[in-house]
Design a protein. Structure first.
Ligand SMILES: NC(=O)C1=CN([C@@H]2O[C@H](COP(=O)(O)OP(=O)(O)OC[C@H]3O[C@@H](n4cnc5c(N)ncnc54)[C@H](OP(=O)(O)O)[C@@H]3O)[C@@H](O)[C@H]2O)C=CC1
Ligand SMILES: O=C(CO)COP(=O)(O)O
Length: 340
């Protein structure tokens, strides 16, 4: 059992903190709003983010960052990707020297195109070798109901990954280790782009054939960019890749899917984000990925069309026509070229 801090009391931070507390870890959840702290400590609920759910009674929330961090052996960051750097900066003065740093955010920093573990390594240099990424198919709404879930903890340091694995694992939350940090993080980030596209296409009344094509070709372009960045292609057929793609692209729990679906009904992106009231990571990730694909000279046709729809007001039906009328190609083009 460990002393654990969880930073970010949104849907995922609250669900993960509840799992950790239920596993017997002394768990403190940092919420920046006092009203959330009071609700969690008094009623063991977080109605805005996890309606009707009961949290582990032993879970303690606090709005005092130093109090939450100081004694923690494991610190879990679960804030939106664009807020990770600032949160890490605030935390640094209070960290114990050997704390394991876990993050569960799925995205890319849009300003720097960096992955979350890279952002943490820059901001927490003393802990750069103890960073773990937790990812995989895991809707908070299901985890809090104790529905069976399997995730991955990826780290260069297998000891750090095993500490995280032991803290989180229980009878309904199975945790695998992995050493391919790039692949696991890119799988988690890029599936949100495809989930947005899938929500959009579902709203345009695509049939099952079209959705299956979108997921499969989406996975191909996720793996293509991941490989160019140094990931192992096989990671994309694991939990962090195809696993999370299935969970996110086929579930009404997914905020990314829902956002795409709302756009298909003619709503503007700004309006969709306000209505959602929770983070939709795929929007910023589409922006970052569009530029990264160009930088790495990798073809990502679905991402490119989605970028045009989100940020250049392109008509979704025109985007679909442009996707379908691309030049002829081999399905396994990447394998034919030897992933070179
Ligand atoms: N929800 C899920 O099922 C899953 C989510 N994830 C990932 O987890 C990460 C967090 O998502 P999730 O919990 O769902 O998000 P939510 O939108 O549900 O909650 C976001 C949390 O972060 C806080 N927050 C928002 N902006 C800032 C900021 N600028 N600085 C500090 N804190 C901030 C919010 O505080 P406040 O309430 O005060 O605004 C809230 O506690 C994302 O990267 C997401 O992709 C991964 C797997 C599953
Ligand atoms: O990452 C998730 C499930 O694995 C949650 O996806 P959304 O952010 O789209 O809700």
């Amino acid at each position: 059992m460990k002393n654990v801090a969880v930073l970010g009391a949104g849907s995922w931070g609250t669900a993960l903190a509840s799992v950790l507390a239920e596993n017997g870890n002394e768990t403190r959840l940092y919420a920046r709003r006092l009203s959330a702290v009071q609700e969690i400590n008094t009623y063991h609920t977080n109605e805005h983010y996890l309606p009707k759910a009961s949290l582990a009674p032993s879970l303690q929330a606090s709005a005092n960052l130093s109090e939450v961090i100081r004694r923690s052996d494991v610190v879990v960051f679960v804030v939106p990707s664009q807020a990770l750097r600032e949160t890490a900066r605030q935390v640094r003065p209070y960290l114990k020297p050997n704390s394991v740093i876990v993050h569960a955010s799925k995205g890319l920093e849009v300003r720097t195109f960096k992955r979350m573990s890279q952002v943490l390594a820059e901001e927490l240099p003393e802990h750069a070798n103890q960073i773990v990424a937790l990812t995989g198919p895991s809707h908070a709404e299901e985890v809090i109901q104790k529905l069976p879930t399997a995730v991955v903890v990826a780290s260069k340091d297998s000891h750090a990954a095993e500490i995280a694995q032991s803290c989180f694992m229980n009878s309904y939350f199975r945790v695998y280790t992995n050493t391919d940090v790039i692949g696991c993080e890119m799988g988690g980030a890029l599936k949100n782009v495809i989930a947005l596209a899938t929500g959009l296409c579902s709203g345009m009344e695509f049939g099952d054939n079209g959705i299956a094509a979108l997921l499969t070709r989406g996975l191909a372009e996720m793996a293509r960019l991941g490989f160019a960045m140094g990931a192992q292609p096989n990671t994309f057929v694991g939990l962090a890749g195809v696993g999370d793609l299935i969970a996110t692209c086929t579930s009404p729990h997914s905020r990314n899917w829902r956002a795409g679906n709302m756009i298909s009904q003619g709503k503007k992106l700004d309006q969709v984000l306000v209505e959602m009231g929770m983070v939709v990571e795929g929007v910023k990730t589409t922006e970052a990925t569009y530029t990264m694909a160009k930088h790495y000279q990798v073809e990502m046709p679905i991402t490119e069309q989605l970028y045009q729809v989100l940020f250049a007001d392109k008509c979704p039906r025109k985007a679909l026509t442009d996707l379908m009328s691309r030049d002829k190609t081999h399905e396994l083009q990447d394998y034919v070229q030897g992933w070179s």
